[in-house]
Design a protein around this ligand. Structure first.
Ligand SMILES: Cc1ncc(COP(=O)(O)O)c(C=O)c1O
Length: 396
């Protein structure tokens, strides 16, 4: 059984640490110090990546009606904090053969819309964006650069600098299925010296319901995955989902509140940073397997020659009859219906809740055909080769 999500990053030992592991102030301080050194800035740990974006916008304190530019192929969680801050969103379409806008799209947007005060880049699926060009436009036009590393902790830009070394602000997400996965979590790193002394609001505590759900999520999903083949896992999944006991990464009903990251999750996140190189090396070799073994009629334009520098969070391919391939693979125990991204502001069911209005035709085309192949630690080299074999057979 292979899943794109559903506790993709967890081992049995991780599940035990999540359920029973402790944490204290020292863990929080250690994680803060680690991030402060790694990203050269002032760190605030939060419960979600979207809270980190909200806090960055609070610190920047733009006047109402100001605009934040984002990738026009993104997650609702990037849009939400902008809207809730009372700011407008400018969607920048992706560049040719890329999952991200380039300096060209940003430059044109800033020219047309002087109310753009900040831009969020996101290195989608770990593939580095055109950071040098983008940061040059930001510098010339006095636009703040926010580097969102939700997909790309550990990625390297073309010029050899690590992701997170350009922005005025860096955003991290430690949420489920990300490169650093503590079930939930996030951080803001203020790198721009002028903003380091801005007083920060008091953070609230995460409520008991969320804390319990996060504690149990790795266990539940580990068990579901193990018992899926014999039918029990599917039943458990349905049952736990219906009861609302599975921690969910998305949701539009909850407004953003700035919350402290619980200490036990600080400890888990720090552990993930310690394993980061190993994790990325695994993802890289699985991505290489897909790149080398998938037939030439399968579009893999986004990965060609980019794998080496990427975190390869997921391996993107383009498939016209996507639903057909998803159900074919399901028959063989490969569950990859969870797609990043199936819409310009994803998931598709939330697009209408955003201000997106067909601003990004290229992203719309890509989102219709996008499919992600898993690269996480629970996919072996052999399984990746098997997935290639199945996909090639289906295409024939
Ligand atoms: C690019 C990007 N940034 C930020 C987030 C938000 O992360 P979180 O779920 O921790 O709020 C997501 C969510 O998946 C994302 O895809």
């Amino acid at each position: 059984m292979v899943f794109n999500s559903l506790g993709s990053n967890y081992t049995f030992s991780f599940a035990m640490k999540a359920l029973f592991g402790g944490g204290n102030k020292a863990d929080q301080i250690k994680l803060e110090k680690y991030l402060a050194d790694r990203y050269s800035g002032k760190v605030t740990l939060l419960y979600k990546g979207r809270e980190a974006i909200a806090l960055a916008l609070k610190v920047l304190n733009f006047s109402k009606g100001s605009c934040v530019a984002i990738n026009g192929y993104t997650c609702y969680a990037v849009y939400q904090p902008i809207a809730e801050a009372g700011l407008k969103t400018e969607y920048l379409d992706i560049a040719e053969n890329s999952l991200h806008f380039s300096a060209r799209e940003l430059s044109a947007a800033v020219e047309n819309n002087p109310s753009i005060k900040a831009v969020i880049i996101q290195n989608t699926l770990g593939y580095a964006c055109d950071i040098e060009g983008i940061s040059e436009v930001c510098r010339q036009r006095n636009v703040f650069l926010i580097e969102d590393l939700a997909h790309s902790v550990g990625a390297v830009y073309k010029n050899g600098r690590e992701a997170g070394s350009f922005g005025d602000f860096v955003i991290l997400s430690f949420s489920q299925d990300k490169i650093i996965d503590a079930v939930s979590g996030g951080a803001l790193i203020v790198r721009n010296k002028k903003y380091m002394d801005v007083p920060l609001p008091v953070l609230s505590s995460v409520n008991l319901k969320h804390r319990l759900k996060d504690r149990f999520y790795p266990n539940f999903t580990y068990k579901i995955r193990k018992e899926y083949a014999i039918g029990l896992g599917k039943l458990q999944h349905k049952f736990l989902k219906a009861l609302g006991w599975l921690s969910q990464p998305m949701g539009t009903s909850e407004k953003i509140v700035l919350r402290k990251l619980p200490a036990w999750q600080c400890r888990l996140a720090l552990g993930c940073f310690m394993d980061l190189d190993k994790n990325i090396a695994h993802r890289k070799s699985i991505a290489q397997t897909y790149q080398n073994n998938l037939g030439p009629n399968i579009a893999k334009v986004y990965s060609a020659d980019k794998i080496v520098l990427s975190t390869n969070l997921r391996f993107p391919i383009l498939v016209k009859n996507r639903e057909g391939l998803i159900s074919y693979l399901k028959n063989y125990g490969i569950h990859i219906s969870d797609i990043w991204y199936d819409a310009p502001v994803a998931p598709a069911k939330y697009t209408d809740k955003s201000s997106y209005n067909h601003d990004c035709p290229k992203a719309e085309n890509v989102s219709r055909e996008m499919l992600n192949l898993p690269t996480h630690i629970n996919v072996s080299q052999k399984q990746a080769e098997g997935i290639c074999y199945l996909i090639n057979t289906w295409f024939r």
